[in-house]
Write a protein that binds this ligand. Structure first.
Ligand code: NAP
Length: 334
């Protein structure tokens, strides 16, 4: 089978696709999945040996996927899926025709979604949902500022905040990305945060009050506290800007606010009950059509892993960039 095999650490642009990789052998509790779509930023780090989780060589890159349970897959005891079912989730080695992964890391693809849309569901959507609901307790009528609103987690956050009835101000670095926040996310207002003084715009839009919730995947909490409301909540989601921020705690006291972290990957171990609730609430929202996963419009094939990851790295993409491993079949959405 084809597989993006890493034999030594290198930038993905320097790695060639292997066309005769062995098909994976499922271990206990694993199923085999025909992969349709996948792509993620942290894979760039893993290819270079810079990620927290490094498999032994040789390994196939790729950690998130959407696909179908293979016709030759074992079905382990307790596994709710049958061969041919459409699933999405996580596993090591998704940049390949097939992956072996634990069935407990997979969920059924909601009927209305394509493989491309489902391939980016597993991490971004529950992160943004739990951040805004479980952690920041965003309420209808409140103001929510979403940074990097055209990015993977940002575009989910805009849609979820809108579905919760909040008023959303989204930021991004270019006019094209600001347009994505409005057309794809339905943000109420957009501001280019690469312009100095953007906080004044936020204050103007909120009538001088500031925003109740700040959703920050970039590392902009300190700058954003200039426009946070009394009893506001600032969500620490990530550091896409590359710097881990340091914050003077006197600001937290003086502004009477909360700084709240979210680490979705830990819920499986630390709070499995809440993990289930989040998925059930998200599935209901997806089925209702009130939220909709957005796929970047330039498609990359398995032969183009380097280009796809390069586009992510160069900050060119919006929504979820996707690798199309095999074309959607006629019954893809049945
Ligand atoms: N806490 C959690 O559980 C959790 C879960 C998932 C992801 N995350 C984190 O959230 C962050 C965003 O993830 P994502 O999936 O949304 O990524 P993404 O799709 O690549 O989007 C990141 C956005 O950040 C903005 N950005 C600002 N400075 C940047 C820089 N120097 N380099 C690259 N992008 C920059 C870009 O938007 P503009 O061009 O508009 O500025 C970009 O669109 C990552 O740090 C990720 O690790 C955390």
């Amino acid at each position: 089978m084809r597989g993006f095999v890493v034999k030594e650490y290198a930038h993905p642009s320097k790695i060639e696709l292997t066309t005769d990789a062995p098909e994976p052998t499922p271990a206990d509790g694993q199923v085999l999945v025909d992969v349709y779509a996948a792509l993620n930023f942290f894979d760039i780090l893993q290819a270079q040996g810079k990620y927290q989780n490094q498999p032994p060589f040789p390994f196939i890159l790729g950690a998130e996927l959407a696909g179908r349970i293979s016709a030759n897959s074992p079905i382990p005891p307790g596994c709710p899926f049958k061969r041919g079912d459409r699933v999405f989730g996580a596993g090591q080695g998704s940049y390949a025709d097939k992956i072996a992964t634990d069935w407990r890391q997979l969920l059924p693809i909601p009927q209305a979604l394509t493989f491309a849309q489902a391939s980016g569901l597993f991490v971004t959507w529950p992160t943004s949902y739990e951040a805004l609901t479980g952690r920041a307790n965003l309420k209808a009528g409140e103001w929510c500022l979403v940074h990097a609103g055209a990015g993977g987690v940002g575009l989910c956050a805009i849609q979820i905040a809108k579905a919760l009835g909040a008023k959303v101000i989204a930021t991004a670095s270019t006019d094209a990305k600001l347009a994505v926040c409005t057309t794809q996310g339905k943000a109420d207002h957009v501001i280019n945060y690469s312009q100095p003084g953007w906080q004044k715009e936020v204050l103007k839009l909120t009538g001088g009050k500031g925003v109740d919730v700040i959703y920050d995947p970039v590392g902009l909490i300190k700058d954003s506290l200039k426009c946070i409301a009394w009893k506001g909540r600032a969500l620490v989601v990530g550091f896409a800007g590359g710097q881990i921020e340091k914050l003077p705690l006197n600001l937290v006291l003086l502004k009477n606010i909360a700084i709240v972290g979210v680490h979705w990957g830990r819920y499986r171990v630390a709070d499995p009950k809440r993990e289930k609730e989040v998925w059930s609430e998200l599935f209901a929202l997806l089925e209702s059509g009130r939220i909709r996963p957005v796929v970047y419009d330039e498609k990359f094939t398995l032969e183009q892993v380097g280009e796809g990851l390069g586009a992510l790295e160069k900050r060119k993409t919006w929504g979820k960039a996707v690798l199309t491993i095999r074309e959607e079949d006629a019954q893809a959405r049945l």
